[in-house]
Design a protein around this ligand. Sequence first.
Ligand code: 2HA
Ligand code: ZN
Length: 275
Amino acid sequence: MRILEQRFVQNFVKMADDGFQQGWHERNGGNLSYRLTRHQVEAVSDRLLDHAEWHDIGAAVPDLAGEFFLVTGTGKYFRNIIVDPEACIALIEIDDKGEKYRIRWGLADGGLPTSELPTHLLNHEVKKRVSGGKHRVIYHAHCTNVIALTYVMPLTDLVFTRELWEMATECPVVFPEGVGVVPWMVPGGREIGVATSKLMEEYNAVIWAHHGMFCSGEDFDSTFGLMHTIEKSAEILVKVKSMGGEKMQTIGTDDLRALAKGFNITLPEKFLYEK
Ligand code: 2HA
Ligand code: ZN
């Protein structure tokens, strides 16, 4: 079967286009990566290139040695992925030390994997460990309302989590662990990747101030759904703030405790402060 006919490739392409349709991927903004299962690697093995050179990852990810990832290409537009996936995305293999990668398929017109490869792989390494191998998707988007909020709210996990939880009843159920926040940093390198992956030990969503958000999940649907839910919540918060900002009523601390009980979820005590 051709690589483009594989179900995981089609789901990757659909998710990228879903994000574009949401308006989160202007120009070449955003990136997406997926860690293949052993079975998926075997299914494509006779279609892979063998002569590609090894490149430095720019970070060490020893726990990802030998893994394969489907990734978006640097400078490629999400808008074009559905039109010409083979030119916009790549299948890469990590070497046996977790320090280098090589392209095994894709980027047919040339190019390299996403400029945020260090952050993607550092996040994958943490998430693979803390989820017992279940998490396979890392998604970075420039979601408008989340970015807007990073100009007017303190850049803390405590404030962002609590304010976003309050904006829709489903939010604490969808991201009970909360969201992390990284202050403004230069993107594209190891340093911001390390800061993000530290927060990924605890959270499935990490906001980059004045830039966007990273989400992690087991599959394409749940990872896209997490980004979508948080951005929708941020949109409501932007509207509330734009209407004068004063809440006449809200989902309060006791309501959050009742929600946790009703839905059998644990909300970390640090977020249940009295306001
Ligand atoms: O251009 O989103 O963070 C891709 C990006 C960099
Ligand atoms: Zn970005």
